[in-house]
Design a protein around this ligand. Structure first.
Ligand code: SF4
Length: 85
């Protein structure tokens, strides 16, 4: 199945509340340093993490993004770069 969305985590600004890991544990976990990680996510030089995801995994990650109190989880369409959240 083609990967249609890019999931991004502004990790430097994560406050470690744990909401994303509670809402979407398949994709998010808490790290020992107190912040969350995208499971199997790629770390970028700017400190953000990213992961390409399929359509079927969009909804749970959108819910994780909506649960984040500091809005550091983002989703983009891969083909158009359109920001969804
Ligand atoms: S919900 Fe947001 S602030 Fe809370 S751990 Fe996840 S990314 Fe960090």
């Amino acid at each position: 199945m083609p990967k249609k969305f890019l999931l991004e985590h502004n990790r430097p600004d994560c406050i470690g509340c744990g909401a994303c890991a509670a809402v979407a544990p398949e994709f998010w976990e808490m790290n020992d340093d107190g912040k969350s990680d995208i499971k199997s996510g790629k770390s970028r030089e700017d400190g953000w993490q990213e992961l390409e995801i399929e359509e079927k995994d969009f909804e749970q990650n959108k819910q994780a993004a909506e649960s984040c109190p500091v809005n550091v989880i983002h989703l983009k369409k891969k083909d158009t770069d359109e920001k969804i959240i």
